[in-house]
Design a protein around this ligand. Sequence first.
Ligand code: FAD
Length: 385
Amino acid sequence: MIEFEFTEEHKLLRRSVHEFVEERIKPLADKIDKEDRIPPELLAEIGELGYFGAVVPEEYGGSGFGEIGYCIVVEELSRGSSAVAVLVGAHESLAETTILIGGNEEQKRRFLPEMAAGKKLGAYALTEPEAGSDAGSIRMRAEERGDHYVLNGTKIFITNGSIADVIVTFAVTDPTLGPRGGITGFIVEKGMPGFSVDHVEEKMGLHGCPTAALSFKDVKVPKENVLGEVGGGFKLALTVLDYGRTSLAAGCLGGMKELLEVCTQYAQQRIQFGKPIAQQQVIQFMLADMAAKIYALESMVYRAAWLFDSGKEFIREASISKLLGSEWLGEAADMAVQIHGGYGYIKEYPVERFYRDARINRLFEGTSEIQRLVIARDVLKRGGY
Ligand SMILES: Cc1cc2nc3c(=O)[nH]c(=O)nc-3n(C[C@H](O)[C@H](O)[C@H](O)COP(=O)(O)OP(=O)(O)OC[C@H]3O[C@@H](n4cnc5c(N)ncnc54)[C@H](O)[C@@H]3O)c2cc1C
């Protein structure tokens, strides 16, 4: 059963984020992409508007927008710049959420207010060179020494890793126990001796949102920075990923809406054979396919978000939204380039950037193959839908 409609607050929030994106992000999106850098002033504005704290309850200094509100923020930001949306998304869906779910009261009060205000940026460091989809095989080691743990290892592909102040990470505390029981979550803070940025990747897209390899050499992490139960880190890491999937799909939805708008305008203006290409049925069919998938994805994303906010089971819905959202965004970006013809391949047109930026969604926070495994496991358990 679905009992859902956007409240007046949701509608107001969407209008505010939309205006901010139109006025402040869209004019900078190409510059961000070319220079591979998001201006700090823009991030400061996002902080002032409370968008860095959408998932954080008000009692910890956040905006308390709930999952629906958070999805609205990510959807709208993604219309302007995927790089900005992913930077905000990693900070909230991954770093803040890990502290919200796994942290104790003292940790929540110590870290979340500054993170929600955008004064401290977060990252979530799980992936390692030998442990991507198979996250349970991480090797980073955490050895207990009195009142602290000593961390040694390497993390790769960490969004915001090079600029983050608060890095939630996961390490093996007991190699004899395997992932369930042997991995623990930690909060590492920028400036802790032995923690350093090894390098920042050069990527196909998402320019401006840094992806870094991080090095941990004898990093002393005090016990008060242990996240949750010792040995409970793997479960925590996976739960956080489950939580983040709906908003990732919301980002895909924002990208698709933007592409449809850009393509509709272009197709109505571009004259070939004496008339706008929008009058060609083959172009109309592409626009129709995009619109149909936007409708379906919007229904899925906000249904999953509503389930989340209502305290109901949402994991399957989140996984399905992430799988289909990321694949449909890829198809929409491909169609958008096709509708633009040769111009779609030229950097002056935004579809070129959207095409590059779209690809990552099928890879991070669980590849499409891993989403299918998660969904299939559920289907087999239920004996159907
Ligand atoms: C830009 C970017 C940002 C990222 N941000 C973060 C971050 O902030 N924090 C973080 O911890 N990680 C991050 N990641 C890592 C990301 O989550 C991993 O890249 C992803 O989980 C896949 O792991 P992998 O790259 O090692 O690929 P692999 O796991 O090696 O997979 C390679 C291929 O094999 C397939 N495959 C693997 N196992 C199976 C299986 N059992 N069945 C079927 N197919 C399978 C995969 O689907 C894929 O197609 C980021 C990655 C990128 C590129």
